[in-house]
Design a protein around this ligand. Sequence first.
Ligand SMILES: Cc1cc2nc3c(=O)[nH]c(=O)nc-3n(C[C@H](O)[C@H](O)[C@H](O)COP(=O)(O)OP(=O)(O)OC[C@H]3O[C@@H](n4cnc5c(N)ncnc54)[C@H](O)[C@@H]3O)c2cc1C
Length: 465
Amino acid sequence: MAQMNPANRLLTGDLRIMNQTEMIIEPARETAVLGEFEVVVLGGGPAGIAAATAAAAAGRSTILVEAYGFLGGMGTAAGVTNFCGLHANVHGEIRQVVHGVADRLLERMRQLGGLNEPHVIFGGRIAAQAYDNSAFKVAADGLVTASGARLLFHAQAAGVMMRSPNEIDALLIETKSGRRAIRGRVYIDASGDGDLAAYAGAPFEKGTDGDSMLYPSTMFRVNGVDAERAGDAWNHFGRWMEEAERKGRIFPRKTPIIRPQKNPMEWRANVTQIANPDGTPVDCTDAEQLSWAEVEGRRQIVDFFQFLRESAPGFENAYILEIAPQVGVRETRRVVGDYQLTEDDVLSCASFDDTIGVNGWMIEAHVAGDILFKWQDIPASRGFNHLPYRMILPKRVDNLLVVGRCASMTHMGQSAARVSGACFVMGQAAGTAADLSLRAGSHPRDLDVPLLQQALERDGAYLGR
Ligand SMILES: Cc1cc2nc3c(=O)[nH]c(=O)nc-3n(C[C@H](O)[C@H](O)[C@H](O)COP(=O)(O)OP(=O)(O)OC[C@H]3O[C@@H](n4cnc5c(N)ncnc54)[C@H](O)[C@@H]3O)c2cc1C
C-alpha cells in the first residue's frame, strides 16, 4: 500500500466541469503506485515530446503519460500536420530558429519520407513546414523511446496527491488496468490544457475575461485532388468563398488555410470555427461543450467539403480522407507563472536575460468569424522574441514546470507562442531544467539560469543571443 502522508491532499475538484448540484461521495480507496520517476511529463504533444526527450537524455528516469495511443498532440490528434514557428524572418531572410530536440525529430521524419521542405507563406513573410501525420507519430515514438523515457499511452490524468501545499507527491491516472499513481520528483505539465497544474492548485487564466478564448477548429484532409488543375488554389479560396457568400452561403470563418501535403493529391483544410450555440468559443476543458464541438466540427466539414467540390477546380473528384480524431484546441487554461509573455513582447521582438529559445511566429488570434494577424516589424526587426525561463515556472507549485500552449502567456501572447516551434523550445528547456534542478537539489525556480542556458546551447538549442 502506498504510504499516505497526512499532509496529502487529493485534488480533483478543480476540474469539475459540469454544473451539477447533485453529488455522490466516493469511498476512500487504495491506489497502486505504477512507479517512481525523477521526471513525470503529462502530455505527448510537441512540448511533452521535447520535455521527456531532454530529461531522459540527461539521464533522468522519465515517464511520459499520454491519453492517446500516439504522440504529437494537436499536431497529430487534431490533424494539424504542419509546423509553424520553427522559422523566423530575420531582417528579410527566413531562417530556422528552433533547433535542439526539434532537429532530431525533423531528421527522423525526413528519413521516413514524411517531411515537406518549408513552404513560404503570407507573401514571403514567413515559412511553415508540412508533414505526414503518421511520420510525426512514428518519429516521435522513436525519439522518445531512444532517449530512454518510458511511454505510458491510454492513460488519462485524473488528479494529484500533494505532499505539501506547494509540492506534488503523485499524479493519479486512469488506465485500462485501473487507477494508478505515479510518483515523481519534478513534474512537467505539457497537457496543453494545464490539467496537472490546475489539479495541483496553480492559478490560471482563460481568454481575456474568462470566456473569450481563441476559437477551436476541426481539421480535415482530402485526397483525390487533381493537383495540376488545383494549381495555387490556396491563393484563391478566400475569393471563392466571398463569391459564394454573395450568393447566400454562410461560412463560420473567413481566411481559409487550405494547402497541399507532401503528396500533391492530398490537401489539408483548416477552415472551420467552432462556437457554442450562443456564439462564444467552445471551452475545450468543458466535457459537454467539447462534445458539442466534435459534432459541430464534422457538420461544418461536410458543408465546406460540398463547397470545395462545387467551386474549386481540381477538387471535383476529391474525397474526405480523414476528419481529425478530435477538435483542434488553440487555447484553454494559461497557467500563470513568474512572467507572462505578452503581445507586445512578440511584436517588439523582446529580449530577456533568461532566454530559453525563441518564437518567430506572429500574433494569430482566432477571433469570432476570422483570424486576426499582427506582425513583427519585418524586415526591420530580427523577427523573433526570446522566450523567458520564467514563463514555464508556475506560481504556487514548486516542483512543477508548465510548457506549451498552457504556459504563462497573456491571451494575445499565447496566440503566437502556442505554435509548435515555441512548444518544442519550452519543452526542451523544462526537461533540461528538471535535470539540473535535481542535480542541484533545488526547485526549478531556484535554478542557476546561465547553467541552464549553457546546457541548452550544448544540446543544440538556439537561444537567440
Ligand atoms: C486547428 C489548429 C491548427 C493549428 N495549426 C498549426 C500549424 O499549422 N502549425 C503549428 O505549429 N501549430 C498549429 N497549431 C497549434 C499547435 O498545434 C498547438 O498549439 C501545439 O500542438 C501545442 O502543443 P502542446 O504540446 O503544448 O499541446 P498539445 O499539442 O495540445 O498536446 C497536449 C497533449 O496532452 C495530452 N493530454 C491532455 N490532457 C491530458 C490528460 N489529462 N491526461 C493525459 N494526456 C493528456 C493530449 O492528448 C495531447 O496529446 C494549430 C492548432 C489548432 C487547434
